[in-house]
Design a protein around this ligand. Structure first.
Ligand code: ADP
Ligand code: ZN
Length: 540
């Protein structure tokens, strides 16, 4: 009821129908719109295609009296920006972009609007890159003047996961956006993203200083996607070619790979040996070539794009029938994003991941050689380990594991055999890990909270310690491989025997801790067992 009785409630309904030409709101849209129009900070977590844009585009055309003016939208991608501006203008909404590709004349033209007594009569939404917000003196001055006159309605941070070093696409310019709250106090901020692991959420809120924001989240489950992990063996490109031709003849898909070179080679092979309308796509191509490949694919002239992760953000094709990972993704979050480009029309679509241990090693090397602090590298390694567990796991539901990563609960999800593991029905040998699990739970309980590395280090007997809280459990899982201990801890997390406790440390970095959860006592009391597929090779 409260959502329909605000002064602007009627205008919101009218704008939805007459301006945006939509018949109703989707889940959480009206709630998020109401929060921001009420002058509160809002955090919108919605899967790709869920309808995030409307959450800030609609408020921009509403006159609330107290927060009326220009809506600033920070958006990382120029192509995305232009698409949005074109789309809004077609709906008669006054929208513009402001970025480094534009001439000084056009930029000054826009800044001129900021000086009008009623700037919203000239511009309702302005899309701007984070670089401009941070670095352009003229833009910042313009914005400050707008703010001083009470005409800075709200600031929108799109693709907000770029703020977090825990996210899969951290951008330093985004981190600087934390200044916005200090510079423009009381201007409501809305952050939006399609990725949200619990630690990323904590980190974004912290970095943007919107700790008290209203959070609007929903299930990230994609019931029409089928997930399968395959062993990557020699001649894998041939298997991919056969797979596409036998199951997806003439249909649209994406093959993700790691390097520019492999993208080109795979595309060529698919074209020449399998007659597939395939082309490569990577960051080192000329912009015109990239745009052409994307357009041709969008229009169905090309069927398969073989791409690095440069291909993705902002693509909007509804009938992608398959996403193949030729290479291990760097994080489960990235995997979710990339596979999420399949089946946006709701039709059944398939996701295949080709996994080999060799790929882990080269990704680890890439992390080691990459620039970035030791902390960042540690995080990257942690994210990669999670992907490895996902691939090694031949028993538990893939869907459950992905969603668990996003903090969603086990029992709410019914896979209906739409992943390889559920389909196979558990034809694998189990090993009982209960005694190690109990040790892990007791150890974590005694220490109140521990990181993965701390806990595994003690159980495996890696770091000697005289700590009385540690001694009893020291080396009890010596016979296990580190990956088994990690899998066990993730499993305990999935079973609610452990909880995740993400904290910001003194220097502002989010650290993932484990604490004892509500199901722990059943394991400790011997009422429950913890069984896992033994990665020491128990397959039959
Ligand atoms: P996201 O940014 O979350 O990926 P978009 O905002 O681009 O998603 O929306 C995805 C599609 O859904 C767009 O074509 C948009 O027009 C459509 N859409 C969004 N909200 C609604 C709604 N309430 N009713 C009908 N269509 C909607
Ligand atoms: Zn499943």
């Amino acid at each position: 009821p409260e959502l329909t009785s605000r002064p602007w409630s009627k205008d919101v309904q009218i704008a939805l129908k007459s301006t945006f030409r939509m018949s109703g709101f989707r889940q959480n849209q009206l709630e998020a719109i109401s929060a921001i129009l009420d002058g509160k900070d809002a955090f919108v977590l919605m899967p790709t295609g869920g309808g995030k844009s409307l959450c800030y585009q609609l408020p921009a055309v509403i006159n609330t009296g107290k927060t009326h003016g220009v809506t600033i939208v920070v958006c990382p991608l120029l192509s995305l920006m232009q698409d949005q501006v074109d789309h809004l203008r077609a709906l008669n909404i006054r929208a513009d972009a402001f970025n480094s590709e534009m001439s000084t004349v056009s930029r000054n033209h826009i800044l001129g609007f900021f000086e009008k007594p009623h700037p919203e009569q000239f511009i309702q939404l302005l899309y701007v890159t984070p670089e401009m917000v941070n670095k352009s003196e003229t833009f910042r001055n313009g914005l400050s003047a707008l703010f001083e006159r009470g005409k800075l309605a709200r600031i929108i941070i799109d693709e907000a996961h770029c703020v977090s070093q825990w996210g899969h696409d951290f951008r330093p310019d985004y981190k600087m956006l934390g200044e916005v709250r200090r510079q423009y106090p009381n201007v409501p901020i809305m952050a939006l993203t399609a990725t949200a692991t619990p630690n990323v959420i904590v980190d974004i809120k912290h970095n943007l200083s919107i700790d008290a924001c209203r959070v609007f989240s929903q299930s990230f489950n994609r019931p029409n996607l089928y997930y399968e992990v395959r062993q990557k063996e020699k001649g894998v490109v041939n298997s991919i070619g056969d797979l596409i031709n036998s199951r997806y003849d003439g249909q649209t898909g994406i093959v993700y790979t790691l390097s520019r070179k492999s993208a080109e080679e795979i595309a060529q092979k698919l074209r020449e040996q399998f007659g597939i309308l395939a082309h490569h796509y990577h960051a080192l191509m000329e912009s015109v070539d990239k745009a052409r490949v994307q357009r041709n694919w969008q229009q169905g002239i090309l069927k398969v794009v073989v791409a690095t992760i440069a291909f993705g953000m902002g693509i909007d094709k509804a009938d992608v029938r398959f996403v193949i990972h030729y290479y291990l993704p760097k994080s489960l979050e990235g995997y979710y994003q990339e596979t999420g480009r399949a089946g946006r029309d709701g039709q059944q679509s398939d996701c295949y991941l080709y996994f080999s241990y060799g790929d882990i090693k080269s990704l680890r090397n890439l992390i080691a050689e990459g620039d970035g602090s030791e902390e960042q590298k540690g995080r990257q390694r942690g994210m990669l380990n999670r992907v490895v567990h996902f691939c090694e796991n031949k028993r538990d539901c893939r869907r459950v594991e992905i969603l668990q990563y996003f903090g969603e609960r086990f029992d709410k999800i019914d896979c209906q055999r739409t992943c390889d593991n559920c389909k196979a029905g558990g034809r694998f040998v189990l090993r009982d890990y209960t005694k190690f699990a109990v040790a892990a739970l007791q150890l974590i309980k005694a220490n109140r909270r521990m990181t993965m590395a701390q806990c595994a280090g003690v159980l495996l007997g890696k770091k000697p310690s005289n700590n009385r809280l540690v001694r009893q459990h020291y080396g009890v899982a010596k016979e296990l491989k580190p990956t088994e201990v990690h899998m066990m801890i993730y499993k305990l997390l999935a079973e609610d025997a452990l909880d995740e406790d993400n904290r910001i440390n003194r220097v502002g970095i989010a650290i993932q801790y484990f604490t004892v959860g509500r199901e722990a006592k059943d394991f400790v009391l011997g009422k429950r067992k913890l069984q896992l597929v033994s990665s020491a090779g128990g397959e039959t």
